[in-house]
Unconditional design. Structure first.
Length: 355
């Protein structure tokens, strides 16, 4: 759960008297065993590397194959990917802001699958005339998950879009962070050329006439070699996740997979492990929206933490562990909850004062 147990920026913007009490969260933070690394990981891909580690796949999947794992989750038969390289090329809307472009929106663009495939056909058709680009093709697997499938290695590092949304692309281009690596120049040129094709797209013209935002760029990220790991079956672990990469990892491990529920799902038996993967908190922080963060936390307290404390005290759940991609961890047991001699501090005092 990125953005939950780490220091929370902007929290001081809300007067203390306007913050909710959240007794369950405050008790867990005050009495649980919290470990903070000497060098927290705030890298662009920390969320994805953390998931690989927690799913015990980090040593098997090197380098980080984000696009490949997502692709395996988006399509049932991925047998055509032998020796291929994949890269996410997600549709987005860039908004002009004076002399720069801002990555304004990367999701919820109201794209239908037929529309997505029209866009992809237009781009592929344009580049069919260039022999030097014949080694790759663009595919729209879902309306918002598009992929470049390449016969050649894509040796670049790119920033996940959630780390850039709302910011100027120019600032990332100027310091070379947007695309970096052995053949980044080639893909940076394509990044710019795709914008030109989309600018002249008949499909975009129709969208604008319908009052929709145009798809005026694609965001390259998550490049890596295709992976094909034999799935196993594990009926003792259930994963609740909406994140595409997390769902792909759960499928590879053979875990039971469910979408995020509105409230905590009570444990079925004593041997079951339940994993929740939630990235709502970090999105609010990245959007500099501390009020939404507090609202999400109040909802999390009511719908998850209160019943979890009850489960811990009853003995139905033996241990709860919160994991942040930075490396911070918080472990809570019944014994720790009942350490009455440990003063219960308000959650906001703890999160403000974390190193």
């Amino acid at each position: 759960m990125p953005g939950l147990i780490d220091p929370v920026p902007y929290l001081e913007q809300i007067p203390v008297q306007e913050l909710p009490a959240l007794p369950s969260f405050s008790t867990m933070l005050s009495r649980g065993k919290r470990s903070i690394p000497d060098s927290p990981d705030y890298g662009f891909n920390s969320f994805y590397t953390c998931l690989l580690k927690e799913f015990e796949l980090r040593n098997l999947l090197k380098p980080l194959p984000i696009a490949s794992i997502c692709y395996l989750n988006d399509i049932e038969n991925a047998s055509d990917l032998n020796d291929k390289y994949l890269m996410r090329a997600d549709p987005c809307f860039m908004a002009p802001d004076r002399d720069q472009l801002v990555l304004a929106q990367i999701k919820n663009l109201n794209i239908s699958l037929p529309e997505a495939r029209q866009f992809v056909d237009e781009i592929n058709e344009f580049f069919n005339g260039y022999e030097e680009e014949s080694f790759w093709t663009l595919k729209a697997i879902t309306p918002e998950h598009w992929y470049i499938v390449s016969d050649k290695a894509i040796n670049i590092a790119a920033i996940p879009p959630e780390k850039v949304v709302g910011q100027s692309v120019k600032s990332f281009l100027s310091n070379g962070k947007l695309l970096s690596g052995k053949n980044s120049g080639h893909w940076l040129n394509l990044f710019n050329e795709f914008q030109m094709v989309l600018h002249n797209s008949p499909t975009n013209k129709q969208r604008v006439e319908q009052g929709k935002l145009p798809v005026n760029s694609l965001w390259f990220w998550g490049a890596g070699q295709a992976v094909n790991i034999s799935k196993v079956t594990n009926n003792t672990t259930t994963v609740y996740a909406d994140n595409n990469f997390a769902k792909g990892l759960a499928n590879l491990k053979g875990y039971r997979l469910q979408g995020i529920a509105e409230s905590y799902q009570f444990a079925g038996n004593e041997d079951e492990q339940i994993i929740y993967i939630m990235d709502d908190f970090i999105r609010a922080i990245q959007n500099r929206d501390i009020f939404t963060w507090v609202g999400l936390l109040k909802q999390f307290e009511d719908q998850y933490l209160i019943p979890l404390v009850q489960e811990l005290n009853s003995g139905k759940v033996s241990q709860v562990e919160f994991v942040s991609p930075t490396g911070t961890r918080l472990m809570v047991t019944k014994k720790q909850l009942n350490r009455w001699w440990r003063k219960k501090l308000p959650f906001y005092n703890i999160l403000k004062n974390l190193p």
